[in-house]
Design a protein around this ligand. Structure first.
Ligand code: T3D
Length: 259
């Protein structure tokens, strides 16, 4: 069985984590397939949005715990992060196209933080986010210790990481950790609708919005104003800007091409 299902339709590259028997726990093969899919998203202009979800009742249970050789005298978990997870998270954040995540069930450990590395997260009401690391004597990875304090604040991030408690999707929405929590039956249609809207949007503008919003965490206001000027200069030279203004003046819907 393929660990990742990939399909492209109407500008949306759909990635479905596909190991439902283990709640889509990450294996080497799955993270390699994800890296290849995000490389494709970077390279192909036909891809204008990425939509990530999970098969079955879970979204992703984090690292597959059966994959480690626990009989080894010494285990270097840092090597796995360097080789697979860290490049994947960096690649997702650097991709200048929107990534929508539809969290269909539990998202635990690296699975939770992989979801938070996406740009817009919609979760089913029955879903939950678990910083499961502490339960097995580890620390958050895949950017969890970066994303969570910024999204939820230090106290909430600390409590989630130290207790490994479930954060239900409704609370995740209330805390601003995710964009939206929707009824389970509406998840697919809501996520598809958003992904299609973004895929027909001004792709370069969306990519630079992503760059600007993520840069703000480490920038002063002065640096951010300079960045906004530079990005505005760039998109102002694009066809989509001209199309957007023309459509407004002609009182019609814009037909953005992504250029
Ligand atoms: O190693 C490194 O590279 C270091 C990096 C680590 C990054 C990490 O992600 S560390 C965190 C790893 N993940 C976890 O510790 C979570 C483990 N799973 C759970 O705590 C629970 O499964 C859940 C809370 C996520 C869901 O609970 P529940 O009751 O809904 O489902 P379940 O019955 O526990 O799981 C269903 C099946 O999936 C079950 O298999 P079975 O008994 O039906 O054959 C279970 O063993 C399997 N499964 C769940 N999580 C994993 C897994 N199999 C392998 N690895 C998993 N992480």
């Amino acid at each position: 069985m393929e660990p990742l299902l990939v399909s492209l339709d109407a500008g949306v590259l759909r990635l479905t984590l596909n190991r439902p028997d283990t709640l889509n726990a990450f294996t080497v093969a799955m993270t390699q397939a994800l890296a290849a899919a995000f490389a494709r998203a970077e390279a192909e202009s036909a891809v204008r949005c990425v939509l990530v979800t999970g098969a079955g009742r879970g979204f992703c249970a984090g690292q597959d715990l059966t994959e480690r050789d626990m009989s080894a005298k010494e285990i270097d978990l840092g090597g796995g992060l360097d080789a697979r997870y860290n490049p994947l998270i960096r690649r997702m954040r650097a991709l200048e196209k929107p990534i929508v995540c539809a969290v269909n069930g539990v998202a635990a450990g690296a699975g939770a933080n992989f979801a938070l590395a996406c740009d817009l997260v919609i979760a089913a009401r029955s879903a939950a986010f678990i910083q499961a690391f502490v339960k097995i004597g580890l620390v958050p990875d895949c950017g969890g210790s970066y994303f969570l304090p910024r999204l939820a604040g230090t106290q909430r991030a600390m409590a989630l990481a130290m207790t490994g408690d479930r954060l239900p999707a409704e609370d995740a929405e209330r805390w601003g950790v995710i964009w939206k929590c929707v009824d389970d039956a509406a998840l697919v249609s809501e996520a598809e609708k958003l992904a299609r809207q973004l895929a027909s949007g001004p792709t370069r503008s969306l990519g630079l919005i992503k760059r600007a919003i993520y840069a703000s965490a480490g920038n002063s206001l002065a640096a951010q104003l300079d960045l906004e000027r530079d990005l505005q200069r760039e998109v102002g030279k694009g066809k989509d800007y001209r199309e957007g203004v023309a459509a407004f003046l002609e009182k019609r819907k814009p037909a953005f091409t992504g250029s």
